[in-house]
Write a protein that binds this ligand. Structure first.
Ligand code: 746
Length: 630
C-alpha cells in the first residue's frame, strides 16, 4: 500500500548547489511519488535506472511554485519547490498542467503533516542567497505567506488528525498552573512584572503574577530561575526590582502595541494625557503623550523612547537623567523639558485583576458572598443582571446574578469545576461562584471595555486593519485552546466576546448555552436561537462541534471587519437557512483583503470536516501578523 505509485513522471531536477559557487546543472530524473516517499531515479533509454534520492513525505513542509529567474529557457518555465526538513529541492515540470498535477498530488499527501510552514520563499536560492529576500541561510524562515497553507486542510476528504493538545498552545503564551516538585529548588518567587529575555533567540518570559522557582541567587544580582514548564533563564534581580516599582503606577500599561497606545490616548483626548508602555518589538520602554499642540486640532500622539546611559540612568531628553523611570516620569509631570507638553493625565489600563496565583481554581471555588461588593450594573444577559464588583476590597470582578429559573443550576455547578480550570489569557476567567444562597453569583474576570460588538460599533472607525486582525487573532487563540481541550463554545459571536482595558479581546460565556432554560433560546425554532451564526449542521440537526464553532468564527470575523454590522442584514432567519443551504455566503466587506476573505470563506464550507481547524487558522494569523509588522 505504502509503495503504490501515486504519480510518476520525467521531470527536470536542479542540482542542490552544495557550495556557494559550484556550477548549477539540471538533470532529467524519473520522479515517483508514493504515500511514503518522493523519490527520483536515473532514466535512460526508456528505462528506470538506479535511485538518486528520496524525501520522506512526512518530512515535507511546503510544496509551492517558484518565481522565474530573469532569463529562463523554455524548458524551465514551470518550476516548483519542495521544502523539507533538512533541505530544499527545485524541480521543473514540462508544462503548467504537469506542474499543477504535481502540486495537487503532493499537497494531498502532505496536508496532515504536523509542521507545515505558514511562510515560504517565492524566489530561488541561488549563489548563497534567496532572490526574494536576500537572506543567505538556506534554512532562513520564509518571507512570504504561504496562502495554500490555510486551504490545504480543506482540499481533500479524510479523517483529520486530532489538533494539538493544550500543552502545545500554552507554550510561550502563558504558563501552566501545575507545579512540578524539584529537589534542587531553593525558593518560589512570584514575578511582579512582565519581563522578556531580549538577547539571543531564547524566548524566556517572566509573566506578571506567575510563579517561578529560584534556582540560584547570585551576588552579582543575576538570578537563575525556572518557569513551571522547566525552562531556565538568568534574570536580573535589578531589572525585577526596577520593574516592580514601575508596575504599580497607574500610568504603566505593560505590553501594549503602538496602535493600541495611540487609541487609548486619543480616547482620553486630553492635552498631556500619557502612558508608559513596553514595546515587545523594540524591547524598551516608551513614554507616549497626547497633545493638540502645536499643529493639529484632532491631536497627535508623540512617542519618546526611554534611553539608558552606561551608568544606568534614564532619560528622555539628554539633559535630564534619573535613577529610575518613576523619578523620570515624576519630573516630566512637572516640567515639559523638551517634550511637546508636560505629562498631565495618566491614562490607566490597569484593572486590578485577581492574580493567577490566588488560591482559586484549585477546587476552592465557592467564594464568600461577604467578600463581594456590588458596584454598578453593567447590563443584563441571558441569565440576568451583571454587575461590576470588588472582591476582597481590591480586585475588580464581574458578577452575574442568576435570575430564578434562567439557568439549570445543578448542571452548571456540576460542570463548573471543568471551566474553572480553563485559565487561558484569551478566555474570560471564571473565578468562582456563590451558590449557597439565591441568587447564585457567577464571579468572573472583569473586562473594562465591555462587549466586542458594542465596541466595534462605537470605536470601530478608530481601529486600523491590523487591529481588526489582532482582534480575530485573540479570538482564534482562545478558540484553538478550547478546541485542544475538545470543548465547544456553541455561541461564538462578537456579542459574546469582551474587550479588556488594554484592548485585548477575550472569549466569554463558552459552553454556557447548555445551561440556558429558555425554550425560545434553546430550540432552533425559537426566536432567540441565533441562526445567522450557526453552521448548517447546527440549524438542521443541532450537531455542534469545534467545526461548527469554526463557522461561527467566520461570521465573527465578518462582524469585526464590518465594524459590527448585522450579518445577512436584509434577510430573516428562515431566508438565511434557505440561502445558506443553497450555497449563498456573506459578501466580502470593504476592509477585507482577498486573503482574509479566503480565510472566512473557508470557515463556511458546507461540510464541517472541510473547514480549517482553529489551530491551523491560528498559525495563519501568526504569519499575517508578522507580515504586517515588516
Ligand atoms: C456582561 C455580560 C457578559 C453579559 C451581559 C452584561 C454584561 C459583562 N460585561 C462586562 C464584563 O466584564 N463581563 C460581563 N452577558 C451575559 O451575561 C450572557 C449570559 C449568557 C450568554 C451570553 C451572555 C449565553 C447566551 C451565551 C449563554 C462591561 N464588562 C464593562 C463595561 C461596560 C459593560 C460591560 C465579564 C459598559 O458599561 C465601555 C462599555 N460600557 C459602556 C462604556 O463603554
Amino acid at each position: 500500500m505504502e509503495k503504490k505509485t501515486v504519480l510518476e513522471e520525467l521531470l527536470l531536477k536542479k542540482s542542490q548547489q552544495k557550495k556557494k559557487i559550484s556550477p548549477i546543472n539540471y538533470k532529467k530524473r524519473l520522479f515517483v511519488l508514493t504515500k511514503a516517499n518522493l523519490s527520483y531515479y536515473e532514466y535512460n533509454k526508456g528505462k528506470k535506472g538506479s535511485k538518486r534520492g528520496s524525501i520522506e513525505i512526512e518530512k515535507i513542509r511546503c510544496v509551492e511554485t517558484v518565481n522565474l529567474e530573469e532569463t529562463t529557457p523554455p524548458a524551465r518555465q514551470y518550476p516548483f519547490q519542495v521544502v523539507y526538513k533538512g533541505g530544499l529541492l527545485y524541480v521543473y515540470a514540462a508544462n503548467e498542467e504537469s506542474r499543477e498535477r504535481w502540486l495537487a498530488a503532493l499537497h494531498k499527501e502532505i496536508k496532515d503533516n504536523s509542521d507545515l510552514l505558514n511562510k515560504y520563499h517565492k524566489g530561488f536560492f541561488i549563489n548563497g542567497k534567496f532572490l526574494c529576500c536576500n537572506q543567505t541561510c538556506k534554512a532562513a524562515p520564509g518571507c512570504t505567506i504561504w496562502e495554500k497553507y490555510v486551504t490545504l486542510c480543506c482540499t481533500t476528504e479524510s479523517v483529520k488528525p486530532l489538533p494539538p493538545g493544550p500543552e502545545k498552545l500554552w507554550k510561550h503564551r502563558s504558563l501552566p498552573q501545575v507545579l512540578s516538585p524539584d529537589k534542587s529548588v531553593l525558593n518560589m518567587a512570584v514575578a511582579q512584572c512582565n519581563w522578556e529575555e531580549t538577547e539571543g533567540n531564547s524566548a524566556f518570559r517572566l509573566v506578571r503574577s506567575n510563579k517561578y522557582y529560584v534556582l540560584q541567587e547570585e551576588d552579582s544580582g543575576w538570578w537563575q530561575v525556572r518557569d513551571l514548564e522547566g525552562e531556565n533563564s538568568g534574570v536580573s534581580e535589578q531589572t525585577l526590582a526596577e520593574e516592580q516599582s514601575i508596575a504599580k503606577h497607574d500610568w504603566y500599561a505593560g505590553y501594549v502595541s503602538r496602535v493600541q497606545c495611540e487609541q487609548l490616548l486619543h480616547q482620553k483626548g486630553k492635552e498631556g494625557a500619557f502612558m508608559v508602555w513596553k514595546s515587545s518589538q523594540a524591547g524598551m520602554y516608551i513614554v507616549s503623550v497626547f497633545s493638540k499642540l502645536p499643529e493639529s486640532r484632532k491631536g497627535t500622539v508623540k512617542h519618546y523612547h526611554v534611553h539608558k546611559t552606561p551608568q544606568n540612568k534614564y532619560y528622555l531628553t539628554e539633559n535630564y537623567c534619573f535613577g529610575s523611570i518613576p523619578k523620570l516620569i515624576h519630573y516630566h509631570q512637572l516640567n515639559s523639558a523638551g517634550m511637546v507638553t508636560r505629562l498631565r493625565h495618566a491614562v490607566s489600563t490597569q484593572v486590578n485583576k485577581v492574580p493567577t496565583t490566588a488560591s482559586l481554581g484549585n477546587g476552592i471555588w465557592e467564594l464568600k458572598r461577604e467578600e463581594i461588593v456590588l458596584m454598578r450594573e453593567l447590563g443584563s444577559g441571558q441569565f440576568g443582571v451583571v454587575h461590576l464588583g470588588k472582591w476582597k476590597g481590591k480586585y475588580d470582578v464581574a458578577i452575574k446574578m442568576i435570575k430564578e429559573g434562567a439557568m439549570s443550576e445543578d448542571k452548571f455547578i456540576e460542570e463548573a469545576q471543568t471551566m474553572m480550570k480553563f485559565n487561558y489569557p484569551k478566555l474570560v476567567r471564571l473565578y468562582g461562584v456563590c451558590s449557597k444562597l439565591y441568587p447564585i453569583y457567577l464571579v468572573t474576570e472583569y473586562m473594562a471595555n465591555g462587549c466586542l460588538l458594542s465596541y466595534l460599533r462605537s470605536h470601530g472607525k478608530e481601529l486600523q486593519p491590523i487591529q481588526l486582525l489582532e482582534i480575530c487573532y485573540d479570538v482564534c487563540d482562545a478558540m484553538a485552546f478550547l478546541e485542544s481541550c475538545q470543548f465547544i463554545h456553541r455561541d461564538l459571536a462578537a456579542r459574546n466576546c469582551l474587550v479588556d482595558s488594554n484592548l485585548t479581546v477575550k472569549v466569554s460565556d463558552f459552553g454556557m448555552t447548555r445551561y440556558v432554560l429558555d425554550d425560545l433560546y434553546v430550540s432552533s425554532l425559537g426566536t432567540k436561537f441565533l441562526v445567522k451564526w450557526s453552521a448548517p449542521e447546527v440549524f438542521h440537526y443541532a450537531k455542534f462541534s469545534s467545526k461548527s464553532d469554526v463557522w461561527s468564527f467566520g461570521i465573527l470575523m465578518w462582524e469585526v471587519f464590518t465594524l459590527g454590522k448585522q450579518p445577512y442584514e436584509l434577510y430573516d432567519d428562515m431566508q438565511v437557512i434557505e440561502k445558506v443551504s443553497q450555497g449563498y455566503r456573506l459578501y466580502r466587506p470593504q476592509l477585507v483583503s482577498d486573503i482574509i476573505y479566503q480565510i472566512m470563506y473557508n470557515c463556511w464550507h458546507e461540510l464541517p470536516e472541510k473547514r480549517p481547524a482553529f489551530y491551523q487558522l491560528l498559525s495563519f494569523f501568526e504569519a499575517l501578523r508578522e507580515d504586517n509588522r515588516a
